[in-house]
Design a protein around this ligand. Structure first.
Ligand SMILES: [Zn+2]
Length: 147
């Protein structure tokens, strides 16, 4: 029996140790959706100037909900850890036990050469697997969450 290899948002295979975290993206996305709804609710109330909420700083609430949203996105896996490759997450400073990192960490917490190295690895893998399509893209797409 063959099973597909799950790949991260960049096309790199997610190793066994990181899969439990990779597979929990829906849990985070569910909370993000709730936050998004709340943000919309606050924005609408702010627009409507509903007297019930005159003592409430709705624009503050809207901004804070946005901050919470951005912060929580850090729990959404984006790429396999570039330091431990998802192989030894327990002692890894970058992924701190998850084997995966967020998009924010991928974009802002890595030296550029680490991103280049990973992109190179992915290119090689893609060439090797071009014939037998065993890769399943399983990126917990950010596009499905309305901010
Ligand atoms: Zn790591």
């Amino acid at each position: 029996m063959s099973h597909d290899t799950f790949t991260d948002c960049l096309g790199f295979p997610v190793p066994e140790l990181a899969l439990p975290y990779w597979n929990r993206a829906d849990e985070v996305k569910a909370v993000l959706r709730q936050l998004s709804k709340l943000k919309g609710w606050a924005a609408e109330l702010h627009e409507r100037k509903d007297p019930l909420y005159v003592e409430v700083n709705l624009s503050f609430i809207r901004v804070e909900l946005g901050n919470i949203y951005q912060n929580l996105k850090g729990a959404l896996p984006f790429a396999v850890c570039t330091d431990c490759q998802g192989q030894q997450p327990e002692n890894c400073e970058l992924c701190r036990g998850r084997g995966v990192i967020s998009q924010f960490r991928w974009e802002h917490a890595l030296p550029p050469e680490d991103r280049d190295t990973r992109q190179g690895q992915i290119k090689k893998l893609q060439q090797a697997t071009l014939e037998n399509k065993t890769m399943s893209p399983s990126c917990p797409s950010y596009a499905t969450i309305a901010e």
